[in-house]
Design a protein around this ligand. Sequence first.
Ligand code: OGA
Ligand code: MN
Length: 306
Amino acid sequence: MALTITPLTPAFGAEIAGIDAAKALRDAAFRPIRDAFEEYSVILLRDQGFDDASQIAFSKHFGPLEISISANPAGGTHFARQSNVDMTSGGIIAKDDRRMRYQLGNYLWHTDSSFKPVPALCSLLSAREVPPEGGNTEFASMRAAHAALPAETRRKLEGLVAVHSLAYSRARVDPTVLTPNQRQEVPAVRQTMVRSNPVNGRNAIFIGAHASHVEGWPLAEGRQFIAELMAFATQPRFTYSHRWRPGDIVIWDNRAVLHRATAYDTVKYRRLMQRTTVAGDGPTVADPLVPADQVAEMYASVGVPA
Ligand code: OGA
Ligand code: MN
């Protein structure tokens, strides 16, 4: 079968057809997928028959996998499960369950693992069960947005570092959703605010829900700047909303896009999506650690106990 690449929007994203990615792929067969990933940032493959084992095998073509923090664990430590299905009983999880509250964070535009010292390269999300309405995943091209910024804002961004924290981003939704132990496992980290693609050199704004503030700026001023960038970068002209079909897998470049979940009726419908996450190849700044006084100020600002 011939491989075809069809853009999803004028700015970014592409569907690749003519490949059976759940079957063992030789490196030569993977190459066009990797090239398209660098070029388009979001890759859709439809009608794939992934199970957990084949998803892990396919994901490893991109690099070593991250160990995921999962609120609804199943299928081993390589999966983050975005689902309202309890894996033990097979029934639907109650809305106020911690596992469902944790997933509310996904409704904010974010990039996976930007709260880790080495942020993720890409995520692969496969649709196993899809609600008949709602539950789209949306993507925003931080490259297209960067290119469209006023020149003055692009200059202002040069060399800036943002502080990213899972405790911060989750606290915006629900301050009790991380336990003190979980918080300690994810210390705040510094990330550059602009990333260049190593293959084609294109720049992308690197922010998202985990980005709290700009290092060296007053907290409120940095948050205001990040909020303005987020509002600009998530305009419809830079975004794509993916309507899932069972058998889809979407691969996104966490260096170059933000994404978010959208609502569905979690009481009425089942949704089961499995995510694997490929680790990045290094930190984005020389020293990712954040001084304790800055962390304390950030935590206090959102009511997280120090
Ligand atoms: C993710 C994520 C959104 C969704 O898997 O990282 O944010 O729509 N998912 O489930
Ligand atoms: Mn995510």
